[in-house]
Design a protein around this ligand. Structure first.
Ligand code: SF4
Length: 218
């Protein structure tokens, strides 16, 4: 029996944590932001859009509307004009406008630090709320997007997870709390650049020794 087959799930986590800690010690979001409000806006804009594209529009957007109060006072059309090069600008402009208005009306202009409260905001689903929780509020969470679903399943970090919520719960359970934020970036960046959807670059992958997909298919 090869070494991989004898490995427990704990050893698999330990192995990839060691590798990522050594090789991606500074992994962070590729979105540019200076405060929770800006990150929330950037994450809403990044749905089905590239971070690079979002980073092109946010400097002038944040200059014009630096906080929820300023964005709430704008018109949807004014917001649209500044974000029209991202995907789905119509819907995103409406969401940003409503989201800013709700922040002002219900949360004195601040982003609430609670995952359930955040999900009441227009344009904010569980994944976005989890990004905010783990990246800026130090609340244990794991945002699950298509990269996290695919990569954690391929490596074998989750077992029989049938929904994104099950994947989220298993990852939150296994990663040490203090590593959840960086682990989220490790997995996303690994999915974006190495463990790609169509053709994973297994031969160049530093964690292949811990990967279920690789060891079953080699
Ligand atoms: S070995 Fe292949 S499938 Fe496994 S994590 Fe690396 S790139 Fe993905």
């Amino acid at each position: 029996m090869c070494k991989y087959e004898l490995m427990t799930i704990k050893e698999r986590y330990t192995g990839i944590i060691e590798w990522f800690s050594e090789n991606m010690p500074d992994a962070a979001t590729e979105l540019n932001y200076n405060n929770p409000f800006e990150l929330l806006v950037a994450v809403i804009l990044s749905a089905q859009c590239t971070d690079k594209r979002v980073n092109i529009v946010t400097p002038s957007l944040f200059e014009q509307f630096p906080n929820a109060t300023a964005m709430a006072a704008a018109t949807v059309e004014e917001i649209f004009e500044l974000i029209k090069s991202v995907t789905f600008p119509n819907n995103k402009a409406k969401h940003l406008h409503k989201m800013a208005n709700m922040l002002v009306a219900d949360y004195v202009g601040d982003v609430p630090k609670d995952i359930d409260e955040m999900q009441k905001l227009p344009g904010v689903g569980r994944k976005t709320a989890n990004v905010m929780a783990v990246v800026v509020f130090d609340i244990p969470a794991m945002p699950v997007d298509t990269h996290v679903l695919r990569v954690s399943d391929r490596i074998g970090l989750v077992k029989n997870a049938k929904t994104p919520l099950e994947t989220e719960k298993q990852l939150v359970k296994h990663f040490p709390r203090e590593l959840l934020a960086i682990a989220h970036h490790w997995i996303i960046l690994h999915g974006r650049y190495v463990c790609k959807a169509r053709k994973p670059m297994c031969e160049d992958c530093g964690i292949s020794g811990y990967c279920s997909f690789y060891n079953k298919n080699k």
